[in-house]
Structures are given as C-alpha cells and as structure tokens.
Design a binder for this molecule. Structure first.
Ligand code: AP5
Ligand code: MG
Length: 216
C-alpha cells in the first residue's frame, strides 16, 4: 500500500525543511502545495495567477482549485509509492477530499507529524528565509545559510525572498492558519494519526525526533 505522510504546522515552522530531509531518507516524493502554486505562477498559468492573488494577501487559495491541483499531482508516476504532503490539506474540506482521493489510489494517510513553535520564532524563521528559484530548496540566513550568499548549494540557482514573507503577511498567514487549519489537529488526532513534534529545536533535532516516530 502507498504511504502518505501529511506535515501539519504553522507557516515557517519547518514543514518544507523537514519534508526535503524525509524525502531523501524515505525515497518518497515531496509534494508541496505552496511550491506547486509558485511554480504555476512562474509559468504564468491561470491557476498560478489566481493563486498568487490569494497568497499575496496571506489568504488560502480556494479549496476546489487546490484539491484538483493536488489530485493531478498525486496521479503522476513518481507518486506511485506515496508522498510527503507539505501544506496540504489545510482545511477540513481538503482533508475529506484527500481521504476520498487516497482510497481511490488504494492508499491512506499513515502519519501526521504536527510541528509547533512560538509565533516569535515563526516570524524570525520566515523573515530570514531564502528560497531557491529553480527547485524551492530552503535556506535561512542565520540558521542554515548557503555556502555562497544568494546561491543555492544544490543547483547553483538564485536565492530569493518570497513575496508573502513580509512580516504583516506572515502574521496574517498565522491567523488564517489558526482559524482554518488548526481544526485538522483534532481531525487527525481522532483518527490516531497525529504525532506531536516540538519545532523549537534545531533542524537536525526535529529530524531526530521525527524519523523514529514515523518508523513506529
Ligand atoms: P506554503 O508555501 O505552504 O507556506 P506556509 O504553510 O505558510 O509555510 P512556509 O512554507 O512559510 O513554512 P514551512 O513550514 O515550510 O517552513 P520552512 O521549512 O520553509 O503556502 C503559501 C501560501 O500558498 C499560503 O499562504 C496559501 O495562500 C497558499 N496555499 C498553500 N497550500 C494551500 C492549501 N492547501 N490550501 C489553500 N491555500 C494554500 O522553514 C522556514 C525557515 O526556517 C527557513 O528559512 C528554514 O531554513 C528555517 N528553519 C526551518 N526549521 C528550522 C529549525 N528547526 N530551526 C531553525 N530554523 C529553521
Ligand atoms: Mg513551506
């Protein structure tokens, strides 16, 4: 049966960072809804332009377009063994849609690591984040700087700061997360899938708790 891991947690807590590491360790593909929207915007698709108008305000992209984008992504051959889902689902409607989708693929959500940190830490992490233009690799100017300023260690592409990482937008994203996404904590707890992880630790310490918890 295919394995699906859902990473849950507020903006800037380290979902993308841990997803990259998990993908490398498990061989599962990393599927990030935010990265897919950014890629669509880079290619100037209608979906990308629509998504960007919500993302810049720190709001969620409507469920219907988000769900169909993820459904399409999960049917590609590289997801046959499952995926590490980062940023999806983010609403109860998305979580229900995922259940239906995965039953169609003869898969299920195996585990939901729920990573948390204080708001001040989230803002500090997001404010210092630099993202790689080519593939979305993640750096932090203080906590995980690239070898050469402004250049991705992995593919040599340019590093940039996301438009939605301005402090006011980050605070809005955190509010939206608290109202629209936190209901998923109980959703997955009730289903026995939730693994609570303290995200206040260094990247490698978070991974050191996460990996063995997933093996159980
Ligand atoms: P998305 O791109 O998913 O953003 P997010 O959820 O707000 O989360 P971030 O990507 O900001 O943070 P992260 O948890 O991945 O942290 P990271 O690892 O980068 O979504 C963006 C927007 O797209 C949404 O606002 C919405 O508009 C739209 N969208 C996306 N999905 C949607 C959906 N399903 N439905 C509707 N709309 C959707 O780490 C952050 C920084 O901290 C980095 O610099 C990193 O190096 C550093 N760092 C990470 N971990 C640590 C650590 N342990 N210690 C120190 N530094 C660390
Ligand atoms: Mg991310």
């Amino acid at each position: 049966m295919a394995t699906y891991i859902v990473l849950l947690g507020p903006p800037g807590v380290g979902k993308g960072t841990q997803a990259e590491i998990l993908a490398e360790k498990t061989g599962l593909v990393h599927v990030s809804s935010g990265d897919l929207f950014r890629e669509n915007f880079k290619n100037q698709t209608e979906l990308g332009k629509l998504a960007k108008s919500f993302m810049d305000k720190g709001e969620l992209v409507p469920d219907d377009v988000t769900i169909s984008m993820i459904r399409e992504r999960l049917t590609r051959p590289d997801c046959q063994a499952g995926a590490i889902l980062d940023g999806f689902p983010r609403t109860p409607a998305q979580a229900d849609a995922l259940e239906v989708m995965l039953s169609g693929f003869k898969g299920r959500v195996d585990a939901v690591p729920y990573i948390t940190a204080d708001e001040a830490v989230l803002v500090e992490r997001v404010s210092g984040r630099w993202t790689c233009r080519a593939s979305g690799h993640i750096y932090h100017e203080k906590f995980s700087p690239p070898k050469e300023t402004g250049v991705c260690d992995l593919d040599g592409s340019e590093l940039y700061q996301r438009d939605d990482d301005k402090v006011e937008t980050v605070r809005k994203r955190i509010k939206v997360y608290l109202t629209q996404t936190t209901p998923l904590v109980d959703y997955y707890r009730q289903r026995g899938k939730l693994i609570e992880i303290d995200g206040m630790q260094a990247v490698e310490d978070v991974t050191a708790v996460l990996l063995p918890a997933l093996k159980k």
